[in-house]
Design a binder for this molecule. Structure first.
Ligand code: HEC
Length: 288
């Protein structure tokens, strides 16, 4: 009887040790997992390398996924129905990025183009649509792409053009970047947190800047690179005469021949609001 009790006790001990070892192991696994993803899942900030896709690099490695033919009716760049050889962008993104670690509703997808243009859209909207990465235009003979006319210049869409088979061409929540080379994810509020003004009177200008300018211009290093940085090290408000700056933003072509900045259709009043915000940011310089 005594020996049975002893045996039972020993078995119990062995089980306890076993459980505790495994628990430790599990904790170690959990720890290494959180180390990997902690920057996003815990702090909601992304660890850069895990959420960046270099399309040209994938192409070189033959990892873009399988070809498909897509037809886009009412293509917003070519203004007609077009057919492309493409790869499914959702399949590509889900195979490159572990979306189970990503809080999709708080994340945006940013597209990086050759010239530094960086349009973005909510990741949730992107995932709910049918996006394709087109890499060859099937309506041309001899060349890979039908030329696009822009500001009197002819260009093509290579290497990638993002198209959708289901998005309305006139819905500007969907972005259709061409000359696309990279894609990455970012927390939706990243630029908000860093560029949001502490003075309530500057919020209108901030909102206009976020909606109309940030795809091409950075402030403190945050934003697109097609146009120049506007705040750091010298703010445009420090070397432009204020009323000239307001007029320039309304109509850049009235200042510069063959200007690359488009006329955006904003009013003089709105431009003034943007300049007020830029003056505020001039007092809040930071190198990012
Ligand atoms: C499609 C891209 C694009 C958008 C959108 C855009 N810009 Fe520009 N912007 C440019 C480029 C490119 C230049 C360089 C000058 C040129 O066009 O020759 C420029 C130049 C400027 C300059 C002159 C900088 C200097 O030092 O001379 C200012 C100021 C400016 N932009 C402000 C704005 C503001 C404010 C908005 C939003 C209302 C805006 N831009 C939207 C592309 C853009």
């Amino acid at each position: 009887m005594k020996s049975t009790t002893n045996n039972l006790f020993i078995s119990f001990l062995v089980i306890c040790i076993f459980i505790s070892c495994n628990k430790k192991k599990q904790q170690e696994i959990d720890k290494s997992n959180t180390n990997q993803t902690s920057t996003y899942t815990i702090d909601k900030t992304l660890k850069e390398s895990e959420y960046h896709i270099d399309l040209l690099n994938l192409k070189t490695k033959n990892k873009l996924g399988s070809d498909t033919l897509v037809t886009v009716t009412n293509d917003p760049v070519y203004h007609k129905t077009k057919r492309y050889q493409a790869v499914n962008a959702l399949t590509l993104i889900t195979s490159e990025i572990d979306l189970s670690k990503v809080d999709t509703k708080d994340t945006k997808i940013v597209f990086e183009c050759i010239d530094g243009y960086k349009p973005e859209m909510p990741l949730a909207l992107f995932l709910a649509s049918k996006p394709y990465l087109a890499y060859k235009d099937l309506d041309t003979k001899g060349t890979d792409w039908e030329p696009i006319s822009k500001n009197g210049n002819k260009m093509d869409a290579a290497p990638f053009y993002l198209v959708y088979t289901d998005a309305p061409a006139d819905d500007d929540h969907y972005k259709w970047p061409y000359n696309l080379i990279k894609i990455h994810l970012e927390p939706i509020d990243k630029s908000k947190a860093d560029l949001y003004p502490k003075e309530i009177s500057k919020v209108t200008g901030y909102n206009l800047f976020q909606n109309q300018c940030i795809t091409c211009h950075a402030i403190n290093g945050i934003g697109g690179e097609m146009g120049p940085e506007l705040n750091y090290p010298k703010s445009v408000t420090e070397y432009w005469i204020e009323n000239e700056l307001v007029d320039y933003i309304v109509n850049p072509a009235s200042f510069r021949n063959k200007v690359k900045m488009p006329t955006l259709g904003i009013t003089k009043q709105q431009s003034q609001e943007i300049v007020e915000y830029l003056k505020y940011m001039a007092k809040n310089k930071k190198q990012n």
